[in-house]
Design a protein around this ligand. Structure first.
Ligand SMILES: [Zn+2]
Length: 169
């Protein structure tokens, strides 16, 4: 089993301690869900090692995707996890194609950013897939670009991820 430790960056306005507790609980559940999926399919496990406050951009309701990714990668040296999963309640905007997205991954940096939503666990599996080289597909797959409406990977991406399962971060 490949064991990967995760630093969770949390960009969330702490409206109340209870709300913050709920958000952390949801993130724990989502990562546990993704971890059980990856351990069954690819013998890869994810475990949270720490929660770190991110405080991405206080004045804006929108995150520029590339800026956010640079910020996250810059935090890597201060984090102890093998990878960083950053969660935000802001919209993520991709300047290149002028689209709002719900998640993004920097495969080389070992970093992912996800917009917190009720159904973000499929997006989390999608972005973790990118970290192991998975690509977008038109097959029915969690790697569908527009609608990862299933937690399952298509056969081609399964093979890609399995062959990259020991990649370094
Ligand atoms: Zn994608």
């Amino acid at each position: 089993m490949r064991k990967i430790t995760v630093s969770v960056l949390l960009d969330h306005k702490p409206v109340s301690i209870f709300r913050k507790w709920l958000v952390k609980r949801k993130i724990r559940k989502d990562i546990a869900y993704a971890s059980s999926k990856f351990s069954k399919e690819f013998l890869i496990q994810f475990s949270i090692i720490e929660f770190v406050d991110w405080g991405a951009c206080i004045d804006s309701e929108v995150l520029d995707r590339d800026n956010a990714m640079r910020q996250i990668i810059a935090k890597r040296s201060g984090c102890s996890g093998d990878i960083i999963l950053a969660f935000t309640d802001k919209s993520i905007f991709n300047v290149k194609n002028l689209q709002v997205c719900v998640g993004a991954a920097a495969s080389n940096g070992g970093c992912v950013v996800i917009k917190l939503r009720r159904h973000s666990r499929f997006v989390l599996i999608h972005e973790l897939g990118h970290l192991f080289g998975a690509e977008h597909t038109d097959e029915i797959s969690v790697m569908d670009k527009y609608d990862p409406g299933t937690p399952d990977f298509d056969e081609e991406n399964k093979q890609i991820i399995f062959s990259n399962r020991n990649r370094k971060f």
